[in-house]
Design a protein around this ligand. Structure first.
Ligand code: FE2
Length: 503
């Protein structure tokens, strides 16, 4: 037996690598086939009652398909190599080399199987379980505005399908008689929920309210009303008001809820909340939203939330179906996106314009210009997710700066509220990409985070203040021509503040 050449040794190693991998894949195929044999009848029996069995069946069959293909591919390659090199005597090749090739073959198939499993929809996007299932009783009661904050109020809530709780009754505080308003009811079926997959989402729009007036309301039906809650309509343009601004809640929703509660306990004067996007981590998964609404339950049933869409809030960039269902927002947005993805509203003497920075930034620009050009509000605020001046250069959003930053300069926007960078930053007053020289006010860009996902932040000469790993809530007080901005941490410690005064 002559000593094989180096090339011959590698051919033998390849044969052993393919043979061992192929045999393991055959075993895995057989194992998953046996598993499928037991799982499939259970899925038929339980279909509709317990979707887990259905998902398990498809998962097992998909893994089996992957293993069958792996087995076929490796064994065909092994066979071809064996035929082409049939004269080669593997026994002449050192045992140690063949053993290593065998182990590597087994490992390669294990790694491949793990990739299949890890990327399988069962683990990526299915089998979600909500800790807060719906019931006949209304929950997730949430206020927004779809129209003027001084004379309208949208009230939304969730029930299980078929609940009679489809009505709101309301009255000015202290009055005796109730008025009622019916809701529109949207059924939502979440195909990837292992429990509570069907809910109904109810939206009632109250109109012809009195500005600056306190109301009380209950949702439900004539046989069972919820406990009484309160809201207050926006005051006349000349009156002072406050609001809260929050950055990404996304991950750490329980901590976000604590921060929200701490903020409202200290500042119940904040009339509403603007949220800069990434409300949740997985916008297509209802259990994430259930967590979000549970964490927000003590606030958003009394104080409206006016959010913008972050990159985590949709089901694929052009399909924010849950976000759109949950929040009844003004339908006055840009025509380049479906309604409610951008909108504008006026509260007191301030204009708020909300944009979707996930897509079509340039195309939304004419609509933004229209809003800014036609508003005579004293204060102009913009809200979007991706910062014009990012925490780190690798997170830059040049289009946001180029198209929307330019309009903020042109129309004298006061503050741009942003998120996405999972840190806190407040810019110096900026004009045309530089620190304003003092002859013009400049635009202040802020970004914040309210959850517990944090990113590092590089030093930036455009930033006045920057913090890492610090969830904050912000209270902005507007009083005629003066504005005071305050940022607080979870302990109610003031960590940033500034004031603006108009001439
Ligand atoms: Fe984000």
């Amino acid at each position: 037996m002559s000593m094989p050449s180096k090339q011959e040794r590698w051919i033998v190693y390849a044969r052993w690598f393919l043979a061992s991998g192929g045999l393991l894949a055959v075993l895995a195929s057989a194992g998953t086939a046996i598993a499928a044999y037991y799982v499939a009848p259970a899925s038929d029996m339980e279909a509709g009652l317990n979707p887990i069995w259905n998902e398990a069946k498809y998962f097992v069959l998909d893994v089996q398909t992957g293993m069958v293909f792996t087995a076929a591919a490796t064994l065909i390659l092994w066979g071809m190599l064996r035929v082409l090199t049939w004269r080669l005597d593997a026994r002449a090749v050192p045992v140690r080399g063949r053993a290593i090739a065998t182990i590597l073959g087994l490992l390669a198939v294990c790694v491949f199987a793990r990739v299949i499993v890890k990327n399988h929809p069962v683990f990526v996007e299915t089998l979600r379980v909500t800790a807060f299932p719906s019931s006949e009783a209304p929950d997730q009661i949430t206020l927004t505005w779809a129209d003027s904050p001084d004379t309208t109020q949208s009230i939304q809530w969730r029930t299980a399908p078929g609940s009679p709780a489809v009505t709101v009754r309301y009255r000015t505080q202290g009055a005796t008689d109730w008025q009622t308003a019916d809701s529109t009811n949207e059924s939502f079926m979440a195909e990837n929920m292992a429990n509570d997959d069907k809910i109904e989402w109810h939206t009632a729009r109250l109109a012809d309210l009195q500005p600056g007036t306190g109301y009380e309301y209950e949702v439900g039906s004539e046989t069972a009303w919820s406990e009484t809650r309160k809201f207050t309509t926006a005051p006349a343009a000349s009156e002072a008001f406050s609001f809260m601004y929050l950055g990404d809640s996304q991950i750490g929703l329980q901590d976000y809820g604590n921060l929200l509660d701490v903020g409202y306990e200290a500042h119940p004067e904040a009339a509403f909340v603007i949220h800069a996007g990434d409300l949740v981590n997985r916008g297509c998964d209802r259990d994430d939203w259930d967590l979000f609404f549970h964490a927000s339950r003590n606030v958003f049933d009394q104080y409206p939330i006016m959010p913008t869409i972050g990159n985590h809030d949709d089901c694929g960039v052009e399909d924010p179906r849950l976000y759109i269902m949950y929040f009844d927002l003004p339908k006055n947005g840009s025509d380049v996106l479906s309604k409610e993805q951008t909108y504008a509203f006026t509260y007191g003497n301030a204009l708020f314009v909300t944009l979707n920075s996930n897509l079509k930034v340039e195309e939304q620009t004419p609509w933004l210009e229209e809003q800014l050009a036609h508003s005579d509000a004293e204060w102009k605020f913009l809200l979007w997710h991706h910062p014009a001046y990012a925490s780190r250069s690798v997170r830059d959003n040049p289009d946001v700066r180029k198209y929307w930053g330019a309009l903020a300069d042109k129309y004298g926007v006061d503050i741009v509220f942003q998120g996405h960078d999972h840190a806190y930053a407040r810019s110096k007053p900026i004009h045309d990409g530089q620190v304003a020289d003092g002859t013009i006010p400049g635009v202040i860009y802020v970004l914040a985070v309210s959850g517990t996902k944090f990113y590092d932040q590089d030093p930036n000469e455009l930033f006045e203040v920057g913090y890492e790993k610090m969830p904050t809530y912000q209270i902005i007080h507007v009083d005629g021509k003066t504005l005071r901005y305050e940022a607080y941490d979870i302990h109610n410690k003031l960590v940033d503040d500034f004031s603006l005064t108009k001439k």
